[in-house]
Structures are given as structure tokens and as C-alpha cells.
Write a protein that binds this ligand. Structure first.
Ligand code: EPZ
Length: 416
């Protein structure tokens, strides 16, 4: 099993290009099932989650081939409508294939996605929405079986602005008879990217980024291409890495407004962050102060996916930083590992209080989940001495060459 070996305290200087967004490419890979033809997806990050999604597409009879930063999917050969347990376990967000399989093939069988490192991951809102559109859904022996000879456009209200449920509903609605109006829809930038892909397919969809998304079911055009938006959480991760070290770093290929709440927190910590059209420039002396409380909320609030990374940046910040994790039940699993580096963190339910310490000291630690693993890398960059991080499969799910990018701007980091 490889590990990351990091010798902390180095200055970071230089330029880093941000990868395409994991949470955009996954629903768009699922959406490519809607088109009986070819989709070329550009700016597609090299991630194990993208590999897992491609494996599912091939299992279903489609082809999925990578050529550099583009993945070409051809779903003409779609011949199955089931995702077996092994493939579901590999990537719990495979539930995002449900709406497109149902819309294109009239049925879909998935083995129930278990929980994950972040706690139980129910899909009740996904199933409620698909039933609303006319699906008949039963649960048998750990699998859910969905059938719908025809889906029909309806009004669907989400009791929580679930990203995945919004996406599944948009995909099912794309081939339904009539118009679907989704209220209390998620407003994340990845919803907007999915909307722009669906429009390329000829679907009349609008409202992404607002609480109400409208989709008119239609005949889908095939043979299209799409370029994935930048990964705002990867950008947040590199900003946090630059914040904890003496640094002068420019991130390119970003959309600054997609991570405005994160840059605001990093400015409050004492860094100078300037945004250009597609760049973010950060300079830091590595001596930070505690920001206002970090309260995670659905977009446009502070993103839960950046909470662990900002917590890592706050470990040596003067004062006390409060975190409130409102989205997932169990998203403080990285705290135990951060304490091994000398962090002072108290947890009470959804609240974590971080008291800034003078110094962190390198130690062997294990990644607990994707963003928790990124937090360990950030803390190690700001620690004295050597940190060895295992559990890299978590990090490889969502970061395309994290260590290469960090090394290219001066970090002493290698995968061994
Ligand atoms: C997406 O997950 C992202 N994953 C997550 O990113 C992200 O943290 C999350 O949105 C919130 O922004 C992808 O896009 C692949 P949700 P998703 O449905 O769709 C509850 C990362 O690190 N819920 O908005 O699963 C759920 O339990 C990952 O890149 C229900 O109760 O998130 C959770 O508490 C982690 N019933 C909350 O809503 C449902 O039917 C948010 O879930 C669905 C969700």
C-alpha cells in the first residue's frame, strides 16, 4: 500500500491548474446514458471515481474511453439496466445512474447503497421524486427495482435541497412526457453544469442555481461534447494548503465565485486572496488567525466538502475556530487523525471547536475519507517534521495528482 511522505514547513510558490470537478463529471457521465450516441467530455479529471463510473457504463453495455483529459462515452450499445453490488460498493454515489437508466430503458435495478464514511446516506428523496414521475419502486433483498413504462412530468418538491436527488430528478425528467418543476432544488454549481450539458443534448431545462429547476421532457440529440467546470473543492484545498505555509501561489482555470465563501474565510484568517477572471492568487506568511465560525450549508452557503480542509488550516490559527457541520452526520472523522499531529479540537455533536496551537508535529496518520484525507495533507504541510499518510485510496477518489501539483509549487511530498 503506497503512502504519502510529507516534510512540512516548506514555502509554496508558483502556479497550479485546477482539475475538472469530480461532482460535475459523475452526474454528466450518468446523463450520457440519455443520449443514444456519443458524448465527448473534456476537462475530465483522472480519478478513481471516474474509473468506477466508466466501469458501470461498460457494465451497462456502453463504451467509455479516455484520451488525455477527455473521456468519450458511447451509449448506443446500452444492453443492461442493473448495477450490481460490487460496482455500487465501489462508488456510493452510483445512485446518480438511477434516473438516467430509468428514463432511457424503462427500468433500473441497483443494490442499495450502504452508508459511507460520512454516515448513513439515505436515498429517500431520490425515490420519492422518481415515484412522483411515475416510477414503480420496490425493494427486494438489498436491491431496489424501479420500473416505469412512461415517466410523466410533475411538480416535485424536495424537503431538503439534495444535490443527488436534484440531479436524478433532472435526468429522469429529461425523457418524461411533459414538464417537471423541481422546487427546493440544490443550487450547487455542478447542477448548473449538468443543466448546460442537458441543453447540449437538446433538453429544454432552466433554473439551475435557483431553488426551482424546470425540465421539459424531449427527444434527445446524440453526438455532443461538453467541458467540465473547474473543481471548486480542489481549488479550496490548494488555497488551504497555501494558507498554512509561507506562500505565493496562483491557481488557474478556476471560477472564483464558485468558492466565494471559502476565499472569504481564508481572507479572514489573514491571507491576501485576489481573484481574476479564471484565477485565484493567494499570498500568506503562514501565521493565521481564527476566522468567524464555519457553518456548512447547502450552496451558496459554506460547502461541507471544504470543512475538513479549512479545519486543517485553522489548527495553528491564533484563537479558537468554531465549526458547525449541518450537512452530514459524521463528518469529523479526520479529527482523531489531526489530534495525532498535536491539534486541539473538541467535538460536541455537530460543533467542533479548534484551539490554535503553536506547532504541529509530523506523525503517521491514516485518511478516513476523501476530504478528511486532504485535511491531513494540509495539516502535514504546516507541521514540523515528517508525516506519513496511508489510506490514499480515499484521496485518489477525488484528487487528480494532488502530490504532483503540490510538489510542483515547492512542497516536499512524495508517494512511496
Ligand atoms: C453530493 O453528495 C456530493 N457528491 C458530496 O460530495 C457533497 O458533500 C454533497 O453533494 C453535498 O454538497 C457528489 O456530487 C458525487 P446530498 P449527495 O444528497 O448528492 C441527506 C465529496 O466529498 N439526504 O446533497 O449524496 C444526506 O444524508 C462528496 O466530493 C437524504 O436524507 O449529497 C446528507 O445528509 C462527499 N435523503 C444530505 O442530505 C436523500 O435522498 C446531503 O446529501 C438524499 C440526501
Amino acid at each position: 500500500m503506497s503512502i504519502l511522505k510529507i516534510n512540512g514547513g516548506r514555502e509554496l510558490r508558483g502556479r497550479a491548474r485546477i482539475q475538472g470537478a469530480k461532482n460535475s463529471v459523475l452526474p454528466i457521465l450518468a446523463a450520457s446514458l440519455l443520449a443514444d450516441g456519443e458524448t465527448v467530455i473534456h476537462n475530465c479529471p483522472k480519478l478513481s471515481d471516474v474509473e468506477a463510473a466508466s466501469k458501470i457504463l461498460k457494465h451497462l453495455g456502453c463504451s467509455a474511453k479516455r484520451d488525455g483529459d477527455a473521456v468519450t462515452v458511447n451509449s448506443t450499445g446500452l444492453s443492461r439496466l442493473d448495477i450490481p453490488h460490487g460496482l455500487m460498493r465501489e462508488m456510493r454515489s452510483s445512485v446518480i445512474f438511477l434516473g438516467a437508466m430509468l428514463a432511457r430503458g424503462g427500468e433500473a435495478t441497483l443494490s442499495l447503497p450502504g452508508g459511507c464514511e460520512l454516515g448513513p446516506r439515505p436515498i429517500d428523496l431520490h425515490l420519492m421524486a422518481l415515484r412522483e414521475l411515475g416510477a414503480d419502486i420496490t425493494e427486494e433483498g438489498g436491491s431496489i427495482i424501479c420500473r416505469a413504462s412512461r415517466l410523466r412530468g410533475r411538480r416535485v418538491n424536495l424537503s431538503f435541497p439534495s444535490v443527488g436527488a436534484t440531479e436524478n430528478t433532472m435526468l429522469a425528467a429529461s425523457l418524461a412526457d411533459g414538464t417537471t418543476i423541481i422546487t427546493n432544488a440544490a443550487r450547487e454549481p455542478e447542477i448548473w453544469d449538468l443543466q448546460s450539458y442537458l441543453r447540449t443534448l437538446g433538453v429544454n431545462v432552466s433554473g439551475a442555481g435557483t431553488p426551482t429547476v424546470t425540465v421539459e421532457g424531449t427527444k434527445i440529440r446524440a453526438d455532443v461534447s461538453h467541458s467540465i467546470i473547474p473543481d471548486r473543492i480542489a481549488a479550496a484545498t490548494y488555497l488551504a494548503a497555501a494558507a498554512v505555509t509561507k506562500s505565493e501561489v496562483e491557481l488557474t482555470g478556476v471560477i472564483p465565485k464558485h468558492l466565494a465563501t471559502v476565499t472569504e474565510a481564508i481572507r479572514e484568517m489573514g491571507c491576501d486572496v485576489r481573484s481574476g477572471r479564471e484565477t485565484l492568487h493567494i499570498s500568506s506568511d503562514g501565521r493565521l488567525r481564527a476566522p468567524k465560525p464555519i457553518v456548512t450549508e447547502p450552496h451558496p452557503g459554506f460547502p461541507t466538502d471544504a470543512q475538513p480542509q479549512i479545519m486543517a488550516a485553522a489548527l495553528r490559527a491564533r484563537g479558537t475556530t468554531a465549526f458547525v457541520e449541518n450537512i452530514f452526520e459524521n463528518r469529523y472523522r479526520h479529527v482523531g487523525e489531526l489530534r495525532r499531529l498535536g491539534a486541539e479540537i473538541k467535538i460536541e455533536g455537530r460543533v467542533a471547536m479548534v484551539t490554535g496551537v503553536e506547532k504541529l508535529t509530523g506523525a503517521p496518520v491514516t485518511a478516513t475519507d476523501l476530504r478528511g484525507g486532504a485535511a491531513l495533507v494540509i495539516a502535514a504541510l504546516g507541521a514540523e517534521g515528517v508525516t506519513e499518510i496511508s489510506g490514499l485510496h480515499h484521496i485518489d477518489r477525488g484528487y487528480d495528482g494532488l502530490e504532483n501539483t503540490l510538489r510542483s509549487i515547492g512542497a516536499d511530498i512524495e508517494r512511496i
